[in-house]
Design a protein around this ligand. Structure first.
Ligand SMILES: [Zn+2]
Ligand SMILES: [Zn+2]
Length: 230
């Protein structure tokens, strides 16, 4: 039987002298072996970045739900890391992110407004097509349906959610944040008639959008004339 000689050797990773347990051993510890494997993989990974990116993307497309669940789980388990990473990432890519966001918003304006509305109050699921989205966006020249303001637009429920108004095409328009928060769950027409910027044409347009038929609109107008004098 050949006795294996005890040979001392330098670890190829960290350089310390260690005792070889076999002739093939090149590293002092498992840790050094893994470190070296990772480094080599990273070199390989960087060389084949495009290929791996495509793989990731394909996987993401075909397993969207599973992947995003895993992603979220991982992020929840690495909160501190994620905070650091975000800080770092946003710091480095500020302009790129801003530009991408602008691009996204210009294509998904209604979605953005919808998400805002969802954030600030309970909103039932929007049942509306993309064509209808765009129609609402372009009504009133893209401004507030009451005062015409283009800044800080929000999704307006003509009949308030609290009074059973649904998130359907007929009940949605754009209103500026000021009008929206001033009107809240008041009756739309009553509230609107009391504003300085009240505009009869707009009110009629809104009513037509709500699906009120012309004869009813006329009746209501003559009734309002007696009551409000306008
Ligand atoms: Zn070592
Ligand atoms: Zn307004």
């Amino acid at each position: 039987m050949i006795k294996t000689a005890v040979i001392e050797s330098n670890c190829m990773e960290c350089g310390i002298i260690y005792r070889k347990k076999s002739n093939r051993q090149k590293y002092c510890s498992r840790k050094c072996k893994v470190t070296k494997d990772i480094r080599e993989f990273m070199i390989h990974f960087k060389k084949n970045r495009k290929k791996y990116r495509k793989m990731r993307r394909d996987r993401w497309v075909s397993h969207k739900e599973e992947e995003s669940k895993n992603n979220k789980k991982w992020q929840d388990n690495n909160v501190v890391h994620m905070i650091e990473w975000r800080k770092n990432y946003y710091g480095k890519n500020k302009n790129k992110i801003k530009l991408n966001y602008k691009k996204w918003v210009s294509k998904n304006m209604f979605r953005k407004l919808y998400l805002n509305a969802k954030r600030t109050r309970t909103m039932d699921k929007i049942i509306i097509s993309k064509v209808q989205f765009n129609a609402i966006l372009n009504m009133f020249d893209g401004g507030c349906c009451y005062c015409g303001e283009h800044k800080n637009r929000t999704i307006e429920h003509l009949i308030p959610v609290s009074k059973g108004g649904k998130s359907v095409y007929e009940n949605l328009l754009l209103a500026c944040w000021k009008c929206n928060s001033s009107k809240r769950d008041k009756d739309m027409e009553e509230w609107y008639r009391r504003q300085d910027f009240y505009n009869q044409d707009n009110l009629i347009k809104i009513k037509i959008h709500m699906g009120v038929d012309i004869r009813t609109i006329e009746k209501e107008a003559s009734f309002a004339k007696k009551r409000y004098g306008t």
